[in-house]
Design a protein around this ligand. Structure first.
Ligand SMILES: [Zn+2]
Length: 1039
């Protein structure tokens, strides 16, 4: 936790300075009609870009002197002009861009950019920063070459600066680091291509808490010089104002140490100007009236107020440089209202002379602060969780829209796999290609996207974008596999994206004798893996599985749990495309068998209908519903799970290989979401952002001490099917050689007919002595230690101890770790020693008044018009073991969850064996694979230079142990000769060798920052890369 000290009294004047925390964005209500009236203004005329700079200077200086620069020995107020443009929130990204649907919110980014560019041309001293590339790219491609030239000049002159520069301003809680890097790369690449510049500053001014990975990977490793944000815990913020520690050096990674530190600043007044200095067309503030002949002349008061704010702020910051964020949500639709007022401010405040004020940017500000040569406090850890008031913890959004979060994570793995195949067979520039999925994935990383804090119609828009992108990427995936296999007859392969509801028309169709189902299994990881795979098949047949060489493969038929039938029926009912060949009430099975798949490659299997005389047919599982012994056990060669026959609940988990065991009880319960009416102090409902239970009690379901239990057994996999309520069930599964248990949960529709909002969690209660400590990951990367005994007042003992999980959570005692890994972003905690809880699904009836204006009550309707509350299905994995083995399991298994095996199904006539020329394939050189502590996270054709086909290659060292790993790049590519390799920044927009790191002095450290391991050259010899623990490096490879 970031918080170091107890609560203190509010500083004097703080109420004037603190922004309203009631809503997270201020919604403006101006009417577009105003634009037309004011656009006829006479004050400035637009200057043509062709004008010489000297003419521009004269023009801008006609009335007001805006040419101020820094003044030593004075307070310097840096006016940073900005607009915060959400890439979807109350409206969709496209509605925000064009300005439609204005009855919800008046916002139109196209006019922001139009009017800012015009205003900048009027005075070369004016400056503006722009952040969200999703909007900028939409605007840019509509501009004439003449206007593009004007903007290029403004960028070159430093008047228009790209800040952050990702496609969106991503969330930092529910995002995986791979997706954060991808979406930033997408924005940075375009800026580099069009303008030849690299953004210098991280600018995450609205996300609801800040992660360590943001600071070091998306900050220092991007080559940023500094990082700014606005939202920090209210107690932390008060203390930092008092201590003058609003700015600091943030060390986000223990492993990388000083080489990944970054200067970090918390903005003074949220991301708005101080009260009274908002000049948007919709603002109720008085404009500056500096003509004494007019009534309401207010210049002296406003100059005094300006100086007073600057002096107050300087009491809370270390240097005599102060940054004022002159902007707000979707501000500058009529930029002149802002710039005209700021021209006056700069002119008059500088004439007054008590402080100095100038047009600036965060880059100029950071350069000035750096030159001040101060010594800064060191910050480690992160800024989670974020509370704006004592009972208002923004920890609900860690789980909000958990089905959507699952979809985003699932497509993240698929995008990586599809891109790899696109590289292997060559990218089709005109499509189908992976570009639209890449763009959709970038958009949904927004802090009102995957966070789940958008309106429902916007969530629908996000999901639709993902579905369209995914359908196109499926074409890439299927055709690339068909090309590699060397088969035109497999062109009609199906990827079956609905395997999550056990639906795959190709695999479950009746298979006649003489035909076989071809299953292609693709492995996007750089090491070979053996995993059990399963998919639905019809029950009416005996089946036999063979591998690519024709050898028989043992297989097992698993009955589907009842919940699977219900989901299939509801979601496919009325869907015309799926109605033709299937009857959803028919019993189906999942066919399970083991697949060994080479690195960056695939293997193929054939499933045939068998006659009963065969010996290698799939074995049907047995199902036990009556239990004669007090304890029922599931076992693998490494693991044993015990269940009580009487309650049906898990009682013991044993790693039999390592000889480690714990009693463990698993339960489901729900927190009663506060309705915002009953509990005082303040009247605060639980909502999309906030988690506020009305008590700390987690209610068990009626009869929840008992669950119905069916045991499914067979030679390859054993399962327990359990139901805790009609809408809540799970399958616990262990394969023959599993070291871990897989828990697949189905939650929903959560009943609300009692008028109570519910937040459903599962708890795993062990006997580990965890001493108020637990560990959660930062964006799927490092694990950070969390404590429940803060040195702070936490008035929400449950919600105030929730953390975002993307990889997982674990507890430890002296020798043993108890670990849980998740398949999507979720909130989790350990409130009680030895106990882990995960929040799986939320259904709420009230808005939490942070801006979205809707209750998080997700309801879905199928094609027949039947509607019900959303059901969420997902899984988590549970492991117990010695600490070192546990660390390895979390890394290796976590990577497998992130980049799962991908499937393609098709049907082939027997006797047509020649149709599969290459039943098995690896892109790597024979017998080479990456060491298990190294992963490839991106392998992508770089579009910056198509003729040379450079490859963007990102490798990550997964070990937290202190040993280096070596990767031979040439060995990764069997059929291509590497011509050149260049290490680049994480977003591939600058050469690593040319990145210069700003130097800062740190309190308590001797001298300035030392260069860390990260600064060394990773190339040990030609094409051999050495990765230190937890490093990620990016290379451009030319073949
Ligand atoms: Zn925002």
């Amino acid at each position: 936790m970031a918080l170091a000290c107890a609560c203190m009294d509010a500083l004097q004047g703080a109420s004037k300075q603190l922004p309203s925390l009631r809503t997270r964005h201020r919604i403006s209500h101006h009417h577009p009609l105003f634009w037309i009236i004011i656009c006829s203004g006479w004050f400035h005329a637009a200057a043509a870009a062709e004008e010489e700079d000297s003419e521009l200077l004269q023009f801008g200086a006609r009335f007001y002197n805006t040419s101020a620069s820094l003044v030593n020995g004075k307070l310097n107020v840096h006016l940073v002009c900005h607009t915060h443009d959400d890439v979807g929130w109350l409206k969709t990204v496209d509605q925000y861009f064009v300005g439609s649907n204005n009855s919800i919110q008046v916002a139109a980014v196209q006019y922001v950019l139009d009017s800012v560019v015009a205003a900048l041309q009027e005075d070369p001293n004016r400056k503006f920063i722009y952040v969200e590339q999703a909007f900028f790219q939409r605007w840019w491609r509509e501009q004439t070459p003449r206007m593009q030239n004007i903007v290029r000049k403004l960028v070159k002159r430093g008047q228009f600066e790209f800040i952050n520069g990702g496609y969106c301003m991503h969330d930092e809680a529910a995002t995986h680091y791979v997706d954060m890097i991808d979406q930033t790369t997408l924005g940075h690449r375009y800026i580099k291509q069009q303008f030849g510049v690299t953004p210098r500053i991280g600018w995450q001014i609205d996300p609801f808490g800040h992660s360590a990975v943001q600071a070091y990977l998306l900050g220092a490793e991007m080559g940023f010089d500094a990082f700014f944000f606005a939202r920090a815990d209210y107690q932390d913020l008060l203390q930092r104002r008092k201590d003058r520690t609003m700015e600091m050096i943030w060390q986000g990674s223990k492993s990388l140490g000083s080489s990944a530190e970054i200067f970090t600043g918390i903005l003074w007044h949220h991301y708005e100007p101080p009260s009274g200095f908002t000049f948007d067309i919709s603002s109720k503030n008085s404009p500056i009236q500096d003509d004494a002949r007019l009534n309401e002349y207010n210049l002296p008061e406003l100059v005094d107020l300006f100086v007073e704010y600057a002096r107050n702020q300087s009491n809370e910051y270390q240097t005599n440089h102060l940054m004022w964020t002159m902007g707000d949500d979707f501000a500058y639709t009529y930029a002149n209202t802002w710039f005209k007022q700021m021209d006056k401010l700069i002119h008059h405040v500088n004439l007054d002379g008590r402080v100095n004020v100038l047009y600036s940017t965060p880059s100029m500000y950071v350069d000035a602060v750096n030159a001040a040569n101060e010594t800064w406090p060191l910050k480690t850890g992160d800024f989670f969780p974020y509370a704006d008031k004592p009972h208002c913890y923004w920890t609900g959004y860690f789980t909000s829209r958990s089905a959507f979060k699952g979809y985003v994570r699932k497509l993240s793995g698929f995008l990586q796999a599809a891109r790899q195949l696109e590289f292997l067979v060559g990218k089709n520039q005109t499509g189908p290609n992976t570009d639209s999925l890449e763009e959709a994935m970038a958009i949904v990383q927004h802090h009102d996207g995957v966070s789940g804090t958008e309106k429902q119609h916007v969530a629908n828009d996000y999901a639709q974008r993902l579905a369209i992108g995914s359908a196109e990427a499926e074409k890439v995936f299927n055709s690339a596999l068909a090309a590699l296999i060397g088969s035109a007859t497999l062109a009609a392969e199906q990827h079956c994206p609905l395997l999550n509801i056990s639906y795959c028309p190709t695999s479950e169709a009746e298979l006649p004798f003489g035909k076989s189902l071809v299953v292609v299994v693709y492995n996007p990881l750089g090491w070979s893996r053996e995993e059990y795979i399963h998919f639905p098949v019809s029950s009416a047949m005996l089946l036999e599985v063979t591998d690519g060489a024709g050898n028989s493969v043992p297989s097992q038929l698993l009955p589907l749990p009842q919940s699977a039938y219900r989901l299939r029926k509801f979601y496919m009912d009325g869907d015309e495309a799926s109605m033709t060949s299937n009857n959803y009430d028919n019993p189906l099975f999942h066919l399970v068998f083991s697949a060994v798949v080479p690195p960056l490659g695939y293997t193929t299997f054939r499933v045939r209908r068998a006659s009963s005389s065969k010996t290698n047919i799939s074995i049907k599982s047995t199902v036990e519903t009556q239990h004669t012994t007090p304890t029922v056990e599931l076992t693998s060669s490494q693991l044993q799970l015990s269940f009580s026959s009487s309650t049906g609940l898990l009682t013991q988990l044993t790693n039999s290989k390592a000889g480690v065991s714990t009693a463990v009880q698993q339960s489901y319960c729900w927190y009663n979401a506060s309705d915002g009416l009953t509990e005082e102090d303040p009247y605060q409902a639980s909502g999309a952002y906030l988690f506020r239970p009305n008590t700390s009690t987690c209610f068990r379901f009626t009869n929840a001490d008992e669950s119905s239990m069916a045991i499914v057994r067979g030679p390859l996999v054993e399962e327990v099917h359990q139901s805790f309520a009609p809408w809540l069930s799970q399958v616990i599964r262990i394969y023959k050689d599993s070291a871990y248990a897989e828990v697949q949960f189905t939650v929903g529709p959560i009943p609300i007919d009692d008028g109570l909002g519910k937040e459903v969690v599962t708890k795993l209660t062990t006997n580990l002595t965890s001493n108020n400590e637990f560990y959660t990951d930062s964006n799927g990367r490092d694990f950070l230690k969390r404590r429940t005994d803060w040195d702070l007042e936490v008035k929400e003992p449950v919600a105030g101890n929730y953390y975002p999980l993307n990889l997982g959570i674990y507890l430890k005692d002296n020798t043993t770790d108890f670990s849980v890994l998740v398949d999507r972003a979720l909130g989790g905690s350990s409130i009680v020693d030895g106990e882990i809880e995960l929040m799986l699904h939320r259904r709420l009836l009230y808005d939490d008044r942070r801006g979205v204006g809707e209750a998080l009550n997700e309801t879905v309707c199928n094609s027949n018009g039947n509607c019900e509350g959303l059901t969420v299905q997902g899984s988590f994995s549970v492991y117990i073991g010695p600490s070192e083995q546990s660390a390895q399991w979390r890394r290796v298994h976590g990577q497998q969850v992130l980049m799962p095996l991908q499937f393609a199904f098709s049907v082939l006539e027997d006797g047509n064996e020649a149709a599969i020329r290459s039943p098995q394939f690896s892109a790597m050189q024979p017998f080479y694979e990456l060491p298990p502590n190294v992963a490839i996270i991106t392998l992508q054709v770089s579009s910056s230079n198509i003729t040379l086909q450079p490859l963007l290659f990102k490798a990550v060292e997964e070990s937290e142990l202190s040993k280096n790993a070596t990767v031979n790049l040439q060995s990764l590519f069997a059929n291509r000769e590497i011509n050149d390799v260049e290490e680049v920044s994480l977003s591939a927009n600058q050469k690593k060798s040319q990145m210069k790191k700003m130097q800062w002095h740190i309190q308590g450290a001797s001298g300035s920052q030392t260069s860390g391991s990260r600064d060394r050259d990773p190339m040990s010899n030609k094409y051999s890369v050495v990765l230190a623990p937890m490093e990620i490096r990016t290379f451009l490879i030319e073949f």
